[in-house]
Design a protein around this ligand. Structure first.
Ligand SMILES: C[S@@+](CC[C@H](N)C(=O)[O-])C[C@H]1O[C@@H](n2cnc3c(N)ncnc32)[C@H](O)[C@@H]1O
Length: 301
């Protein structure tokens, strides 16, 4: 989504930008190049390896024009001054290096420890969840964060198997799911949703996103833009709901929007494009993992 992100944020010399998910610094390098010679970028990532990679990559060309911190983008608002940024980018989910490194435990396609932590300073791992969570709670994780229809059956089977042997590896878990739900004729691997659900739960991805969006709004200047790339419907729903709330010209008290209980107010943001922006054809060809990506862009009023 490189071209689309640049089009959304319109980096310019002297502009200040924040990238909450700096990863390998692909987008960050483009933002810095487009805002040369004086644009500034504050970057962050929870992953120590990503932070080092990004620092190294950006130092080659953009020394003195960026700062990178290791941390959760949910804390952007505590780190960056209010109303100081012209653009904020959140490119959600896992990176290719995280998925492709077996030792990180994100992938059911390679054997590795059942880990899935984006930030390895955190103690909770996927193995902790799989080996110590009760059947009902585990089924809830698979259903809520993975939309897994067989959530209860999978959870029960895990509880049964772990009484004999702890789940330690991605292969052990993937094989159990394959046994319960054979692959024949299915497009996706049967463990796709269980792995997604565990990853979201281990990293509190939805909670971080909600706090991160509020933080992004706080650090944006009026006229500044927020660009968010999501990879699945759960994330997209959170961004859409955030946008809906911030673009409304009224508030309401209580859990539902009843017209009689509306209070008028000035909206805080406006949608830059009503619809989510999909990746272009060239991007899809170059990077098939981008097929489920969607970009949403909001502007602070
Ligand atoms: C899709 S990659 C970003 C790739 C990056 N935009 C690039 O151009 O190379 C997502 C990155 O976001 C990081 N991440 C995910 N959730 C995070 C959070 N709540 N706080 C900080 N970093 C996060 C991951 O560790 C990962 O490195």
């Amino acid at each position: 989504m490189a071209a689309e992100v640049l089009e959304a944020l319109k980096p310019r010399p002297g502009g200040r930008y924040a990238d909450g998910t700096i990863g390998g610094a692909g987008h960050a390098a483009r933002i810095l190049a487009a805002s040369s010679p004086t644009g500034w970028l504050s970057g962050c990532d929870r992953d120590g390896v990503a932070v080092e990679t990004a620092r190294e990559r950006l130092s080659e060309t953009f020394a003195g024009r960026f700062e990178i911190r290791r941390g959760n983008f949910s804390e952007l608002g505590d780190w960056i001054a209010p109303a100081s940024c012209d653009g904020v980018l959140l490119d959600l989910g896992v990176s290719s290096p995280q998925l492709d490194t077996a030792g990180r435990g994100f992938s059911f396609q390679q054997d590795g420890p059942l880990d899935m932590r984006m930030d390895n300073r955190q103690s909770l791992t996927a193995a902790d969840l799989v080996n110590a969570t009760g059947a009902e709670e585990l089924a809830k994780i698979f259903w809520e964060w993975g939309g897994e229809r067989e959530s209860r059956r999978f959870a029960k089977a895990i509880i049964h198997d772990r009484a004999q042997r702890r789940f330690e590896t991605t292969r052990q878990l993937a094989e159990l799911i394959e046994r319960l739900s054979p692959r024949a004729g299915k497009k996706a691997h049967p463990a796709t949703q269980v792995f997604q659900a565990l990853r979201i739960a281990v990293n509190d991805e939805i909670g971080s996103l909600k706090r991160g969006l509020d933080g992004a709004l706080k650090i944006l200047k009026p006229g500044g833009r927020l660009a968010v790339i999501t990879f699945h419907s759960l994330e997209d729903r959170v961004v859409k709901e955030f946008g809906r709330e911030k673009t409304r010209d009224y508030t309401f008290s209580g859990p539902v929007d009843v017209p009689e209980l509306r209070q008028p107010r000035e909206p805080e943001m406006t949608w830059v494009s009503r619809k989510a922006i999909p990746p272009g054809e060239a991007e899809l060809e170059e990077n098939p993992r981008s097929r489920s990506a969607q970009l949403r862009v909001l502007e602070k009023l």
